[in-house]
Design a protein around this ligand. Structure first.
Ligand SMILES: [Zn+2]
Length: 324
């Protein structure tokens, strides 16, 4: 879909608002203050369009209330355009580039980017766990080992780099989360939360997985220590592919990140991975392509409610995600 086609579909602010109402309230208009499903439109002469009153709490709201677009001063078109560019890029868009593309300051583009990434967060409990054959691997995000402030980062385990736990279905969806370290108490709760108990785990030889594997339907592992990377169907190749994308995204777009921000960028890479479809090439091989942009946009906006992004006292961003 080109920008002209998007503009044709959403020619006015009113059209953008109607589109957002359809996408965000697909299961019925919901009051973002109390969750009530009964409300009416306010039609006073001086009332702005798209304002509703809840029959439960009598609070007023619009489609953007308590979403990442809450109280926005930007045209809704600018938001949708930012979503268009972020969803349409294969590796993400830096705030500098985004600001030029949509005609806002870099600071505004930075905030927009994070608000949109917040909607990309698929780690909330409401999302289904990954299942089937699930490859689990730790990824240590960073560049080549090098001396930093007198510390030499090692490769892999034991490094000071940020560990990320990757849980990916073979030919399916992925979950990825930053963890404190590679010990059982850090890894087990994340796996238990994201991976269905009926799954068959594929991991490396790390002790933690031996213990975890007993809780699951099955478990096989390769022994990297013996330089073994695959044994028939026993491998972590899918997780490796995802890790490579994470690494490229980090090098290409985001260079230095705090742990909290890093999780948001991971969410973006995860969202992209989870919004692809397989197509069979002439030689019989499967290649994965992004879903059509409107499908991605529709999915993104289903996670808008209760994802209001506010500035935190320390200059970062925080999320308000509860009713009342
Ligand atoms: Zn209400």
């Amino acid at each position: 879909m080109t920008i002209d086609e998007l503009k044709e579909m959403l020619p006015t602010e009113q059209a953008c608002r109607c589109y957002l109402e359809q996408a965000i309230w697909r299961d019925g208009r919901v009051c973002p203050h109390c969750g009530c499903l009964d409300s009416w439109e306010l039609n006073g002469k001086t009332t702005r369009r798209g304002l509703y009153e809840c029959s439960g709490c009598h609070g007023h709201f619009t489609v953007t209330t308590k979403t990442p677009m809450h109280a926005t001063k930007l045209p809704l078109w600018t938001w949708l355009l930012a979503m268009y560019y972020i969803l349409g890029s294969s590796k993400g868009v830096s705030s500098v580039i985004l600001s030029r593309l949509i005609g806002v300051s870099q600071k505004t583009a930075w905030k927009l980017g994070h608000a949109i990434r917040e909607m990309m967060d698929m780690s909330h409990e409401a999302f289904p766990a990954v299942g089937g054959v699930v490859e689990i691997d730790e990824k240590y995000l960073g560049g080549k080992p090098r001396k930093e402030k007198g510390v030499t980062h090692k490769r892999g385990k034991g490094t000071a780099k940020q560990p990320i736990l990757v849980m990916v279905e073979r030919a399916g969806i992925v979950r990825a989360q930053t963890i404190d370290n590679d010990r059982h108490e850090s890894i087990a709760p994340v796996v238990e939360r994201h991976v269905d108990m009926d799954s068959y785990l594929m991991t490396d030889q790390h002790q933690v997985y031996q213990r975890l594997g007993n809780q699951y339907a099955g478990h096989s592992y390769v022994n990297h220590g013996d330089l073994e990377y695959a044994r028939g169907e026993v491998h972590n190749n899918t997780a490796e592919s995802f890790n490579a994308i994470l690494e490229r995204a980090k090098q290409g777009v985001f260079h230095w990140l705090s742990k909290e921000l890093l999780q948001r960028y991971i969410n973006e890479v995860v969202f992209r991975w989870n919004h692809r479809q397989p197509t069979e090439k002439k030689n019989g091989k499967i290649s994965w392509r992004p879903l059509p942009l409107l499908d991605q946009l529709w999915s993104l906006l289903s996670h808008a409610i209760l994802r209001q992004v506010k500035r935190s006292h320390n200059g970062g961003l925080r999320i308000c995600s509860t009713y009342v």
